[in-house]
Design a protein around this ligand. Structure first.
Ligand SMILES: Cc1cc2nc3c(=O)[nH]c(=O)nc-3n(C[C@H](O)[C@H](O)[C@H](O)COP(=O)(O)OP(=O)(O)OC[C@H]3O[C@@H](n4cnc5c(N)ncnc54)[C@H](O)[C@@H]3O)c2cc1C
Length: 467
């Protein structure tokens, strides 16, 4: 077993393991190190995958209880929470094993242990048994991801005061769940537990949910979630929490300051964001610069200020998304291999996997207005889409923003069933520099939800046909 590699990758999440795969494909020797003991990172172990498993099963349960009767199906649904969790655990296990297989297939050595950069080109790994292994690396890729952002004054015990990790593994359905933060993680996990029977209230510091999403979409999204009985308290901050015999007493204050109020809850989910994980990595010793938020600073090619040290994924700037980490992994390794790696950040979609889903790619209306870009808008509601009617999922709409002069697609925002799948077409359109007319004149199968995207594209030039 050699201790010298072309690339040593620290972190086995979507950034790290995809970097290892691409390195193998391009003939580079690599090692991929993760301290977790299981590969796949946050995404596979405590993020994207377990949350989507619970979103799927809880949605089926909710549908069986509330929607089946309207569709002519008589059924009684009974919750088997351990069974639901077992499905989640099985999926996570299969996928993390899959990552190990892919590392092996691409001849990347999977090393379990805590890595530290001791000098440029030098990495030390401390194994579970405390033994130290020293590695030589022509290139070091930092892919250490992110961690839960703490709420000042609040201690997470993963029992009653939980992060997303605890919220993915609650043993009983809390009667009252207070979600701190109206971002995608809070809304997804809030949706899971609401469907399973919790009364859910979301407390958000800002005056809107899902900051970063197109404002019109976010407003309509909040209305739909409210109709599902999710409650919202906006412009409010959590300033403290006290454990009492009957549950939690959560102290709230208006975001702008003012009189305190309290809310009672059984479980509080802290989901106010994530912070880069760059501690105890030896970065200061190696001379790698971090920004004010603790993110590794890189140039557009993922190079840090220290030659031979690179960074990708959640630990550097940009959206904290698995596919962004993956895209950066590919581009970074291609650059290391002497090719021309590149990531088009305008074409990276973002999805909220609630019901309905929300998906977006490119610019929001607010961003275009701020940038002074003249744009045209086309919209189409799912109430007028035949497939949406047949599957009884008519909430929401598709919206396309195109350059007023060139018709180039600048942003696509979809609130509706399967939005996460529908957005792929829009990402491709933006990647290819397509016009709204290109989408409008592309044949879309009937009856599909994708026809709503086409009709919205027609709307940019004012010729929506099916409304
Ligand atoms: C609840 C939840 C749901 C999410 N859902 C989605 C979703 O649906 N879609 C989406 O795109 N994104 C989602 N995300 C975000 C996604 O998980 C991250 O963006 C993604 O995992 C980032 O990949 P990464 O490789 O940069 O880091 P990570 O996946 O965080 O991997 C980093 C790895 O590095 C390891 N590590 C850190 N330091 C060291 C060290 N010194 N030595 C060895 N190993 C180390 C860690 O153990 C970790 O396994 C979700 C996140 C959460 C929490």
């Amino acid at each position: 077993m050699s201790d010298s590699f072309d690339v040593v990758i620290i972190g086995g999440g979507p950034g790290g393991y995809n970097a290892a795969i691409r390195a193998g494909q391009l003939g580079l020797t690599s090692a991929c190190i993760d301290k977790r003991g299981v590969f796949g990172g946050t995404c596979l172990n405590i993020g994207c995958i377990p949350s989507k498993a619970l979103l799927y099963t809880s949605e089926l349960y909710d549908k069986a209880r509330n929607d089946f009767a309207k569709l002519g199906i008589k059924a009684t649904a009974e919750l088997d929470l351990p069974g639901m969790m077992a499905h989640k655990t099985k999926v996570v296990g299969e996928l993390t094993k899959g990552v190990e297989f892919l590392l092996k297939k691409n001849k990347s050595e999977a090393i379990v242990g805590e890595a530290r950069i001791t000098a440029p080109g030098k990495v030390e790994v401390k194994g579970k048994d405390g033994t130290i292994r020293a590695l030589d690396a022509k290139n070091i890729v930092i892919a250490t991801g992110s961690d839960v952002a703490p709420l000042p004054g609040v201690v997470i015990d993963e029992e009653t005061i939980v992060s997303s990790t605890g919220a993915l593994a609650l043993k009983t359905v809390p009667k009252r769940l207070l979600v701190v933060g109206g971002g995608y993680i809070g809304l997804e996990l809030g949706s899971v537990w609401r469907r399973l029977g919790s009364e859910v209230i979301v407390v958000e510091f800002l005056d809107r949910i899902t900051p970063g999403l197109d404002g019109e979409i976010a407003k309509q999204f909040q209305r739909i979630l409210s109709r599902q009985a999710m409650k919202f308290q906006l412009s409010t901050k959590v300033v403290g929490v006290e454990k009492k015999s009957g549950g939690l007493s959560v102290a709230l204050e208006p975001a702008a300051g003012g009189a305190q109020t309290t809310l009672e809850a059984d479980v509080m989910l802290v989901s106010i964001g994530r912070i880069p994980f760059t501690a105890d990595l030896g970065l200061d010793k190696a001379g790698v610069s971090l920004d004010k938020r603790g993110r590794v600073i890189t140039d557009a090619h993922f190079k840090t200020n220290v030659p031979g040290i690179w960074a990708i994924g959640d630990c550097r700037e940009g959206a904290m998304l698995a596919h962004k980490a993956e895209d950066e992994a590919v581009a970074c390794i291609e650059t290391i291999a002497g090719r021309a790696g590149h990531v088009n950040y305008d074409a990276i979609p973002a999805v909220v996997y609630t019901a309905p889903e929300v998906a977006s790619v490119g610019k929001t209306e607010e961003e275009l207005k701020t940038a002074g870009v003249a744009y045209k808008t086309g919209k189409f509601p799912f109430t007028a889409n035949a497939r949406a009617k047949t599957i009884a999922a008519t909430e929401g709409f598709a919206k396309i923003l195109a350059d007023a002069k060139t018709d180039r697609v600048l942003g696509v925002h979809i609130l509706g069933a399967e939005a996460g799948n529908l957005i792929a077409e829009a990402a491709l359109a933006i990647e290819f520099g397509a016009s709204s007319e290109d989408i409008a004149r592309t044949s879309h199968a009937h009856p599909t939800l994708s026809e709503a995207v086409r009709q919205a594209a027609m709307g940019v030039e004012g010729w929506t046909m099916q409304m």
